[in-house]
Design a protein around this ligand. Sequence first.
Ligand code: ADP
Ligand code: MN
Length: 555
Amino acid sequence: MGSLTAGDGKRQLGRTRKVSYSECRCVQRAPLVPSRPPLRVQMDSVRVAADGGPGSAWRNKCPWGAPNTASISCSFADVMSEQLAKELQLEEENAAFPEVVAVAEGPFIAGENTDTSSDLMLAQMLQMEFDREYDAQLRREEKKINGDSKVSISFENYRKVHPYDSDSSEDEVDWQDTRHDPYRADKPTTTPRRGFIGKGKDITTKHDEVVCGRKNTARMENFAPEFQVGDGIGMDLKLSNQVFNALKQHAYSEERRSARLHEKKEHSTAEKAVDPKTRLLMYKMINSGMLETITGCISTGKESVVFHAYGGESATEDKVIPPECAIKVFKTTLNEFKNRDKYIKDDYRFKDRFGRLNPRKIIRMWAEKEMHNLTRMQNAGIPCPKVVLLKKHVLVMSFIGQDQVPAPKLKDVTLSSEDMKKAYHQILNMMQQLYKECNLVHADLSEYNMLWHDGKVWLIDVSQSVEPTHPHGLEFLFRDCRNVSQFFQKGGVAEALNERELFNAVSGLNITADNEVDFQEEIEALEKRNEDHVQNHGKKLSRFSSSGDPPIYDE
Ligand code: ADP
Ligand code: MN
């Protein structure tokens, strides 16, 4: 991945017309692509200009500038020189694989992980992405030209992206499961066994050209829905067997090709740290200059993979990219997330959206949740990573640690008893702030998600954090309190409150039960009461009241 530039994908995959368009953009984006476009490219762009097409209509407005079409003069001897041809070829190849992105040794380029097939896929995906942008522009152009006119001009034939490949949709669904076999006619009409119908001179056999032709046209309807068959079905179009068979063959192979790419994309997720789509996202962050390098993987968990990166330059002046960043990639393999449903499903903030979402979106929602929660914490002044950027399921934040070494988790450091005491009081304070100022319960608080850095505790991993009025919010809080209390009591902090005292201290509630079972029961009863209130009043509860008075609702 490190050795790829935006231009490569285009260069490898560019089909005639495409290249000139790509050239005009990668010159700006990836400066190491040769500034002098190869001869082939020039010829293409001349051709595009000559044959017109909607592309030329907006080329002048192309945000990446116009292609460099200045011609190079050369002698006839040069043109015929095989030696020169070889040199040019070499030059072009070298330029196609320049060392652009200085990625340090890490999971991306370390020996065994060098996966060229995936790089090719990356290039293909990049190509696709460019093509989609082209198509989007084309559609805008089409719309502009047609306006409200009853007669419209279609640019369909100029589109780059095959309908099979348009998986850019935000609502990707697994269509394979639901679709019927596209090549089986719904109701095959048969010619009777005798082989003909009609009488006398009106006899038509099953070989009749017109009948066959119509039948063939009708059968096109059974091609995969993505296959654009035009409106031949609506007219009295007769397709010869030869044409029909060629079309059918094409439909088959296109579908298989698309399925292969899809499969590859999905399957490469499992063994490797991140799937190609994610690599593309990360790669773009480097290419845009936002990140300088991605150095390696800090942690591979069940639900996320975290990378270290050096920050680059911000596109906008008001935003500063930290010198070191952590990139948290939420795993797109769905299984691990299933049992986390309850955190998000019942979260009021996300309730309306949950039911309508597909799994891919739910994973993005985890990332989104982490971002929102971190922002709330940041605003309250709680030490935690600063959000830099969220892109789909990839969250970039400031790195807690230094020189690529992440700050140790609280469970891994040996603190002096002084520091241990300090840490405890800081955490007690942070839990209260989190509850009162951020209106949040961490819900996975333990020595695993607290880092020790710069002489203080930093909270991380808040994608599962919920508001206290979440139907299980108080239970989560109690669990957090138990973890914290046990850790510090074991760590020798004499003044550490027990979990029940801590719970009351954080929540401001006054649950008096003196043993854990009763305490937990009271918590659940409280949650239930609140839930009933919400059901009955149809209102969202904003706070628990500490005195047993009626709860306070949001208006
Ligand atoms: P998970 O859900 O996989 O536990 P975490 O957010 O806890 O995800 O991240 C996993 C590990 O990655 C953490 O234990 C920590 O070591 C490291 N990590 C995560 N975010 C950062 C960060 N901003 N700075 C430094 N290290 C981090
Ligand atoms: Mn964690």
